[in-house]
Write a protein that binds this ligand. Structure first.
Ligand code: SD4
Length: 290
């Protein structure tokens, strides 16, 4: 029993999965659908962890990171990109228009402008105000599931049975200037193998990077685990090597070629959204350790 098309995303991004899901139902490719899907959150000013309206680093710079993978195994990414509302689309251009996988900082911005993207100030009044309040204490202590959540990682399985994936973020609020997390790193925040399935991560990027979590999940699925079992094992890998795991969240969502979804996280409170059979649902609670 084939379960597609399916769109699934981290956190409660129903509008994003709806956008992608509708496109998939209309026969659009997984790649087009996943890009347009995550763009909904990049443009959402209320989302302070992605794109426009994203929280700045501790010096006041909003820097965005994103990556995308296509069913043929190709990949593109941008890191430390400023003043561009849709980093996922720049990542796609890197994938399709250059011989490279990743562009960073000033070079990524120059490339985006050459490709016709417009510069935009991504620091909103609200996020500037919140940053100025933060400066009064300068305490860098991300709160589990509350601060720094809302990075969007999405997986789409289209009518042809092909999977594409994208992940986009402004990273952890008040990070050190220059910090890049897991989200734009192929293998860490996102990985896809169209023969097997894909995975996306959210939470403390440093922990996801150290375990190459999304790549691990896809390999575990290749070796026979269900998406659920594979997500759990990737979380357990982090637990075993990080004694301070009680202080941070790591959460994964995975999708296999059959359209089965799995999700697991360290701490209660992570949920995901999906679009399937014309219906979009959010607040789907992931299983958790703690
Ligand atoms: C990061 N993993 O930059 C991202 C943050 C995140 O929901 O997932 N927020 O480390």
């Amino acid at each position: 029993t084939q379960q597609y098309p399916v769109a699934v995303a981290t956190w409660n991004f129903q509008n994003a999965t709806k956008m992608a899901g509708k496109m998939l139902e209309n026969g659009k490719s997984a790649l087009d659908s996943v890009e347009k899907g995550v763009m909904v959150e990049e443009a959402n000013l209320k989302n302070t962890t992605v794109g426009n309206g994203g929280a700045p680093d501790r010096d006041g710079n909003v820097t965005v990171d994103a990556c995308i993978m296509s069913p043929d195994g190709d990949a593109g990414a941008v890191v430390y990109l400023k003043e561009i509302e849709h980093p996922v689309s720049v990542a796609r251009k890197v994938m399709e228009e250059t011989p490279h996988v990743m562009l960073a900082g000033e070079g990524a911005l120059q490339f985006a402008i050459q490709q016709g993207f417009q510069k935009k100030n991504l620091l909103t009044e609200d996020s500037e105000k919140a940053w100025k309040e933060w400066l009064e204490h300068k305490e860098y202590k991300p709160i589990i599931n509350i601060e720094n959540h809302d990075t969007i990682g999405m997986l789409c399985l289209d009518k042809k049975g092909d999977i594409a994936a994208a992940c986009t973020t402004s990273g952890l609020s008040y990070k050190i200037n220059g910090r890049v997390g897991d989200s734009p790193l192929i293998g860490a925040g996102l990985f896809l193998d169209n023969e097997v399935g894909g995975a996306v991560g959210t939470g403390m990027g440093e922990a996801i990077m150290k375990s190459v979590g999304s790549f691990l999940i896809v390999e575990l699925m290749r070796n026979g685990m269900s998406p659920q079992e594979a997500c759990k094992e990737a979380v357990m890998r982090t637990i075993r090597t990080a004694p301070n795991y009680k202080d941070f969240q790591v959460a994964y969502v995975a999708l296999n070629k059959q359209g089965e979804i799995g999700s697991y996280c360290i701490h209660k409170g992570f949920s995901y959204a999906k679009f399937h059979k014309g219906e979009s649902t959010d607040n789907l609670s992931a299983s958790y350790l703690n």
